[in-house]
Design a protein around this ligand. Structure first.
Ligand code: UT7
Length: 331
């Protein structure tokens, strides 16, 4: 019996030109390069130029992902943009991306799950494909996160950056086994009781302003380690796999110490973990597809490799996904 699956057939990313170093930040707030590197692993972040919008970053990343997949924009019939920093309160940034790419088929909408946004968007698009509601999806994580930072708050402003990453999913009939290509499973969770440890103090309905990021870092850190560990185990168990079966861990890039804790828990050596936090910082919904694109681009992640994604952020919302990359040899 054949099973309808979503193949992940291409990815692309985009980073704004401007790089902001830790040393430059230390001139604005009471921090140091040493503190930031020791506590987070971050050395620098990219910052969008004035007038450069989340949709611009997303369109750039999408064009590269479509080119890598060898798929024309006219064949896309679903666009899901994960973002916390949309161009406008409405319409969805995804519709702007749709127009920018020249896509006229199907639907385009945003998903809001903050730093877990890419994993959420991947799950949504995968389920649309499995249900037969679309055939070719663009899943994008894009953020101009630096626009919602309080640049006087050293506990948050040193942590984040801007960027975008995109992947192309394509429907395929396969055997449905774990050796088969495509998304094996996705696993999503949220717990709204933890809202107050990571949030933005503004919004269209509450204050009529955009607001700034507020975070109790230590609390979020503890939740991240336990919840990500749990959802990784859940994803492996659901597929009857062990951590040793995973070729690559592509984690959310929030803190080097959290990434190392996950690798240790999975007993994965560091050369099986994709880490780019030192150059990108935390780009929220963009962080996982940015890391994936880097590792595909430099030849580490290859077609047929089993990749585990995980991410956590405000909500709290978190999740994981297991994907065997690329087109199957028969396709
Ligand atoms: O993507 C969404 C998910 N987000 C995360 O996963 C983030 C999770 N949290 C973290 O990554 C870490 O908690 C942080 C990197 C945010 C903070 O690291 P920490 O080791 O938990 O530090 P802390 O908050 O306990 O602060 C330690 C000290 C404090 O000083 P005192 O109270 O010990 O005197 C802070 O005031 O470091 C101070 N501090 C800073 N010092 C220099 C906080 N921020 C800074 C800073 N530079 N930027």
């Amino acid at each position: 019996m054949s099973v309808r699956r979503s193949l992940l057939v291409g990815c692309g990313s985009y980073l704004p030109e401007r790089v902001l170093s830790n040393a430059e930040l230390a001139e604005k707030v009471d921090t140091s390069h040493e503190w930031i590197v020791q506590r987070t692993g971050i050395h620098q972040r990219h910052v969008a130029a004035e007038g450069e919008l989340t949709s611009d970053l997303a369109i750039n990343a999408s064009n590269k992902a479509l080119a890598a997949a060898g798929i024309a924009a006219r064949d896309v019939d679903l666009i899901v943009v994960a973002t916390t920093t949309p161009d406008d309160t409405f319409p969805a940034t995804a519709t702007k991306v749709q127009a920018g790419l020249g896509v006229t088929n199907g639907a385009a909408f945003d998903v809001q799950a903050v730093c877990a946004g890419f994993v959420y968007a991947l799950a949504v698009a995968d389920n649309f494909i499995k249900a037969g509601q679309c055939d070719t999806a663009l899943v994008i994580g894009a953020e101009t996160f630096t626009r919602i930072l309080d640049w006087e708050d050293r506990t948050t402003c040193v942590l984040f950056g801007d960027g975008a990453g995109a992947v192309v999913l394509k429907a395929h009939e396969g055997s449905g086994g774990v050796d088969d290509h495509g998304i094996l499973s996705t696993h999503l969770h949220s717990d709204g009781r933890e809202r107050d440890i990571l949030y933005v103090d503004g919004g269209p309905s509450s204050t009529g302003t955009t607001g700034h990021v507020r975070m109790e870092g230590k609390e979020v850190f503890k939740h991240a380690v336990s919840k990500l560990g749990g959802v990784i185990e859940e994803a492996l168990e659901a597929n009857g796999l062990n951590a040793a079966d995973v070729d690559w861990l592509v984690p959310h890039q929030a803190n080097r110490r959290i990434i190392d804790a996950m690798a240790k828990r999975m007993k994965l050596s560091s050369d099986k973990v994709v880490c780019c936090i030192e150059r990108h910082a935390n780009t929220s919904a963009a962080s996982v597809p940015l890391a994936l694109t880097e590792a595909v681009g430099d030849g580490r992640v290859k077609s047929g490799d089993l990749v585990l994604f995980e991410a956590i952020g405000g909500g709290l919302a978190w999740g994981a996904g297991l994907v065997r990359m690329g087109y199957p040899p028969s396709a």
